[in-house]
Design a protein around this ligand. Structure first.
Ligand code: GLA
Length: 385
C-alpha cells in the first residue's frame, strides 16, 4: 500500500522538479494503552503502523522552497528567512514548523522541494501530523547532513506542533512514528524517552481500528486545557509531573481542586498504572487482563478525563456487547477518531459489519474499519521503484 504512495510522490516530484528525489516513508501510530499520560511524564504503549505519509524531497536551486500535498491538491511556496505560521488548521504548518525549529537550533539548511501523500485520514487519531513532521525533519537531516539524532529529530517535530500548529502535545506520536519496530509495540517511558519493544503474541486475536470519521471542533483547545489542568495539579502537589503522584497524594489536595480536575488527575494516575499492568499482562500472555485494562482506559477517558464523544462511546458499547471483543477504547487525543479493538480473528469481520450497520442507523453516517500491521518507523525507501 505504501508502495503506491511512494510511486505517486516520486512521479509527481520528477515531473515537476526534473530530478530524482530522496524518498521517505513515515508511519502513523496506534496506541494500545496509556492515553494522555505522555505529557505527564508517564508511560504509553504505541506502535508504528503500515499507514502513513510518503515524502519525496530534494534540494532546490530556485531561491525558494515548494511543498506539495498531493491528497489535498495544495501547493505552497516559501522562503527560509521569512517563515511564519500559516492560518490555523492548514497542513503547511507542520512543514513550516519543522523548518523553523531546525533553524532555531542553529542548523543550516538550504532551499528544498517536497511532495507528500498519505493514507491516514486526518482526524483519525493515528497521528498523520507526527508522520508528516517526522518525514520533513528526517528528509532535511539527510539532505543537508545536519547530524541530528532521532531523539533530536522528534523534539523538533514536537516543537513544530507546539509553536506552529498550536497543540501542546506530548512526545508519544513523534516517538512511535520515528522509532517504530516491525511487529513490535513500544512500552515508552515519556520521562526518559526510552522504550522497551514488545513483540506481542495476540494468539487468535488481533487489533482492529474503527474510525468514527468525526473530529469535533475545539478538540485542539480542549487538548491544551487538559494539559494545563494536569500541570496545575502537579504544581499544587509540588511535583514535576503527575507521573510522580499516587492516588493518596491526590487526596491531600482534594479541597484545593475542582471535582472535575480531581477526576482528571485521578484518571492520569490510574491510566499510568494501567499501562504498567498492561505490560505485565502482555509479558504473561494474558490477553483477557489486557482487554479489561483497555475497557477501563475508555471508562476513564470518557467519564473522568472527558475527552470522548457519543460516537466513540457508542462504538465501545457495541464492542462490550460482543464477547469476542476482549477490549475496546478510544485512541489518541479524543473527541473523534478511532477506537482500538482487541478482537478474535475469526469474528472481526462479522463484528465490523454489525457495528457498521448499527453506527449508520444511529448517526446516519459511515464508520470505517482498518486492519493494521505494526511496522518500522520513519525510514528512507530504496529508490529503485
Ligand atoms: C495526541 C497527542 C499525544 C498524546 C495523545 C493522547 O495524540 O499528540 O502527545 O497526548 O494525544 O494520549
Amino acid at each position: 500500500m505504501s508502495a503506491t504512495l511512494i510511486k505517486d510522490v516520486k512521479e509527481t516530484f520528477i515531473k515537476k522538479f526534473k530530478t530524482d528525489p530522496l524518498l521517505i516513508f513515515s508511519p502513523g501510530r496506534i496506541n494500545i494503552i496509556g492515553e494522555h499520560t505522555d505529557y505527564n511524564d508517564g508511560y504509553v504503549f504505541p506502535a508504528a503502523v503500515n499507514k502513513g505519509i510518503a515524502a519525496a524531497i530534494h534540494k532546490s536551486n530556485t531561491g525558494k522552497c515548494t511543498a506539495i500535498a498531493l491528497d489535498l491538491d495544495s501547493t505552497i511556496e516559501f522562503e527560509l528567512d521569512k517563515l511564519k505560521p500559516s492560518k490555523e488548521g492548514n497542513w503547511e504548518n507542520y512543514v513550516l514548523g519543522v523548518v523553523a525549529e531546525i533553524q532555531n537550533r542553529n542548523k543550516v539548511i538550504g532551499d528544498f522541494n517536497a511532495v507528500f501523500k498519505g493514507n491516514i485520514p486526518g482526524g483519525a487519531g493515528m497521528s498523520s501530523s507526527a508522520a508528516l513532521e517526522n518525514s520533513v525533519v528526517f528528509g532535511l537531516n539527510e539532505l543537508f547532513d545536519l547530524g541530528l539524532t532521532k531523539h533530536e529529530m522528534i523534539l523538533i517535530s514536537q516543537k513544530a506542533e507546539h509553536n506552529y500548529v498550536g497543540v501542546n502535545c506530548g512526545i508519544m506520536d513523534q516517538y512511535a512514528s520515528m522509532f517504530g519496530i516491525k511487529d513490535n509495540a513500544l512500552h515508552l517511558d515519556c520521562r526518559t524517552v526510552e522504550s522497551k519493544p514488545y513483540k506481542i503474541d495476540f494468539k487468535d486475536h488481533q487489533l482492529m481500528l474503527i474510525n468514527t470519521n468525526v473530529k469535533h471542533s475545539l478538540s485542539d483547545s480542549a487538548y491544551n486545557d487538559r494539559r494545563s489542568a494536569c500541570e496545575s495539579i502537579s504544581k499544587l502537589l509540588g511535583i514535576k509531573a503527575l507521573r510522580d503522584a499516587t492516588e493518596a497524594d491526590l487526596e491531600t489536595i482534594i479541597d484545593k481542586v475542582t471535582p472535575a480536575n480531581y477526576q482528571k488527575g485521578l484518571y492520569v494516575i490510574q491510566e499510568n498504572s494501567r499501562t504498567l499492568k498492561a505490560a505485565k499482562a502482555i509479558e504473561d500472555g494474558d490477553l483477557t487482563t489486557l482487554g479489561s485494562l483497555i475497557y477501563q482506559s475508555h471508562e476513564g477517558l470518557s467519564n473522568q478525563f472527558k475527552v470522548s464523544c457519543d460516537e466513540l462511546d457508542f462504538l465501545v458499547e457495541q464492542a462490550k456487547k460482543n464477547k469476542n471483543v476482549l477490549g475496546a477504547r478510544m485512541m489518541g487525543g479524543g473527541f473523534g477518531g478511532c477506537t482500538i479493538n482487541l478482537i478474535s480473528k475469526t469474528e472481526a469481520k462479522a463484528f465490523s459489519e454489525t457495528v457498521a450497520k448499527a453506527y449508520k442507523n444511529k448517526f446516519n453516517t459511515d464508520c470505517s474499519v482498518y486492519f493494521i500491521e505494526l511496522s518500522e518507523g520513519t525510514h528512507i525507501v530504496n529508490n529503485q521503484l
